[in-house]
Design a binder for this molecule. Sequence first.
Ligand code: FO1
Length: 320
Amino acid sequence: MPETRVVVLAGGVGGAKFTLGVREALARRGDPPATVVVNTGDDLWLSGIRLQPDVDSILYALAGVNDTERGWGRQGDSERVNRELQEWGAGWPWFTLGDLDLGTHLARTGWLRDGLTPTQVVARLSERWPLGVRLVPMTDAEVDTRVVLHDHSSLHFQEWWTRHRATLAPARFENPGIETARPAPGVLEAIAAADVVLLAPSNPVVSIGPILAVPGIREALRETSARVVGVSPVIGGRVVRGMADVCLAAIGVDTAADAVAAHYGARSAQGVLDAWLLAEEDSGLAAGVAAAGIRPVVAPLWMRDAAASAAIVDAALAAI
Ligand code: FO1
């Protein structure tokens, strides 16, 4: 069996679960480690340190040190420093920085100040544990996601998400500076050399969206000889977690597996998808997906554990 080279576009919590499955499926097949291109739109400066939540969610999950209940941060973490920050009125009272997690942010911030690029920092962080995949940020530029409200005010995505729990109706999402951002080194080459590109079942708007908005990445997906396969983040007409339905509504996309596929679009019609994985609960939508020029693949999509996620990856690889 010839090797299958896989690239994954992924966001945070859903992306982390999916990436565990990618690692397991490819290891079992004897394929080389996947390249995981991670969303950096969630990133922020807080109390003078640089946070990269989606990078850290995937890094910690692959290292087996993630807080699986919360979906972010380190398992068994403490919050002594966080309490001090609150006492000083520093940081955000609604945003918890664990002590172990702060170790990551301090290491990252120090290396950035030493002149390393975010790509070099991610590579350095990845050296600590045998992750079994290659992690790369989507870009080295700072393109933090801003949520623009109907009164034209805007706030950082993380404030909207963690303080307001997405209850403020978004008019649109923006990544200031993304117009002049470039894909991180190696991203375009990995997509061009890939046999398969997988879009993780992450938030299509604030996780996969920013990755596709980095100039050159959408074009690379349309030009690569790889097959591009997306996994629906909607199961049975509902998003699995997070507030992706609020995000989808803001861009006029129904919370439906076929609507999200149409949003990404068929490669034969200015979009990026060759195939789309639908949950069994949504098998009735397969004809609509096919009519949009995208090959529907029905498979169980609940990522209960790494084995379930690996089965999704197997279904995606079998589809092409
Ligand atoms: N999410 C929260 O809901 N509350 C928090 O206090 C919080 C802190 C936090 C700290 C570091 C980090 O890497 C992520 C953190 N998150 C928190 C999750 C973060 O909002 C993620 O970007 C989202 O979960 C979307 O991926």
